[in-house]
Ligand binder design. Structure first.
Ligand code: GLU
Length: 453
């Protein structure tokens, strides 16, 4: 049999020589393409299209444009793990610091089979804008590991998390870069990060992550914060549209942490949740879905809605276009696109997920008069309470749930009002208004700090 050489395309060494030649430079200004072969828009492209529009309105200095469209740092690491049968598997992990002008960088870590560098770069930039909009002294970052957590054992997940953290010891830190949960990561994953980091530092360092278990210095209300923030944003939007919460019908895409809490807290306010969905499909009931029953079902069935009898089965695509007042996409990027935006029947879209609407859909929804509360405002409750958690860690003094929830509500309402007023001032959508406020704040701070070097 012929011996394989490094020039074979399948040779494991080949990918390193191909993908990272000596001249490979990271970070570089954001380069982004439109859609991929499957028609999925590159989230970086979506982010940059909005950034460009806001930059034009702000008449951003070309140098500052260049600065803000270039990530500060992109780190790619390999994560070798010994599997249960003794074989070795190597996963790829990422952390992108988009910007640290306002303070230490902040953002979640996601575990998913389709994680890639462009997605993480876009998500990191969205964190910069989100932290600026919700008014916290943090920059933006995002991390991810390309893996399928549903196919991994708990031990493998722990090993991946610890090795990823060990590889990121120079990046993470309570005053440098602070991770948090995101898609497919949770309090347990944050506890492993805290422990690994603390072991290396030789002291317990609770402020290195947020979204931790309470007993390790987590904040009351952090787990529900993103969903509750989505609820507050929805109430703000409904009041501008003159719709009473108890008269509103709502469809929620995604039934993970954000989707289920958004649905439950709006249900509590009297809204009728007519459709919900997760990876197993959509469930529609014009009379309203019993959300407590749906949560119970999902909790008892491996966090899946499959088999839930409280609604007629529809597809996840159909959910986006059902008749309702409010649509809450709380699953993944690129769900409302130029292909299906015209079919949306909701009057209000509240983005629980990051990047669920692509840039092409923006103008279609705008021309239809649909109010869109953008991700960087609507789901900013999560990172706001992450900030509260970090503050509590530094004080060593912990607030009660009422205090956390009240401060979250005040912050969400204040941010919405600011974005709304600014949208009237510039005659632009709430999305563009949020970008304008965020970019302007970061750009002004950058001017004050100046460029070192
Ligand atoms: N992953 C969440 C987000 O996208 C939270 C980030 C954080 O708390 O740092 O906003």
């Amino acid at each position: 049999m012929a011996k394989k050489s490094a020039s074979d395309t399948k040779h494991p060494l080949k990918r390193f020589s191909d993908e990272q030649p000596a001249s490979y430079k990271e970070p570089a200004p954001f380069e982004h393409k439109g859609a991929d072969a499957n028609g999925h828009e590159n989230p970086l492209h979506s982010m940059m299209q909005r950034f460009d529009k806001a930059a034009e309105i702000l008449q951003l200095d070309p140098g500052i444009y260049k600065y803000l469209s270039t990530p500060v740092k992109c780190v790619i690491v390999s994560i070798p793990i010994t599997m249960e049968d003794g074989s070795i598997e190597v996963f790829e992990g990422y952390r992108v610091i988009h910007n640290d002008i306002l303070g230490p960088s902040k953002g979640g870590i996601r575990y998913s089979p389709d994680v890639n560098l462009d997605e993480i770069k876009a998500l990191a930039a969205w964190m910069t804008w989100k932290c600026a909009v919700i008014d916290i002294p943090f920059g933006g970052a995002k991390g991810g590991v390309r893996c399928d957590p549903r196919k991994l054992t708990q031990r493998q997940l722990e090993s991946i998390t610890r090795r990823y953290t060990a590889n990121m010891l120079d990046v993470f830190g309570p005053d440098r870069d602070i991770p948090a949960p995101d898609v497919n990561t949770n309090e347990q994953v944050m506890a492993w990060i805290l422990d690994t980091y603390s072991m290396h530092m030789k002291r317990t360092e609770p402020g290195v992550v947020t979204g931790k278990p309470l007993v390790l210095g987590g904040s009351r209300g952090r787990r529900e914060a993103t969903g509750r923030g989505v609820m507050h944003s929805t109430l703000c939007g409904l009041s501008k549209l003159g719709i009473a919460p108890n008269k509103a019908t709502v469809a929620v895409e995604g039934f993970g942490n954000v989707g289920s809490i958004s649905a439950a807290s709006l249900y509590e306010k009297g809204a009728k949740i007519v459709a919900i969905s997760d990876v197993t499909g959509g469930y529609y009931n014009a009379k309203g879905i019993d959300i407590d029953a749906a949560i119970k079902w999902s909790d008892e069935h491996d966090h899946l809605l499959e088999g839930f009898a409280g609604g007629e089965k529809i597809s996840t695509d159909e959910l986006l276009t059902v008749k309702c007042d409010v649509l809450i996409p709380a699953a993944r990027e690129d769900r409302i696109t130029d292909h299906n935006a015209a079919k949306v029947q909701a009057k209000l879209i509240v983005e629980g997920a990051n990047g669920p609407t692509n840039a092409g859909a923006d103008s279609i929804l705008e021309s239809m008069g649909v109010m869109v509360i953008p991700d960087i405002l609507a789901n900013a409750g999560g990172v706001k309470v992450s900030y509260f958690e970090w503050v509590q860690n530094r004080m060593g003094y912990y607030w009660d749930l009422e205090t956390v929830n009240k401060r979250l509500e005040d912050a969400m309402v204040l941010a919405f009002d600011r974005v709304y007023e600014n949208s009237l001032k510039h005659g632009v959508s709430l999305r563009l208004s949020s970008y304008i406020l965020a970019i302007d704040k970061v750009a002004r701070t950058l001017k004050l700090r100046g460029i070192y070097g």
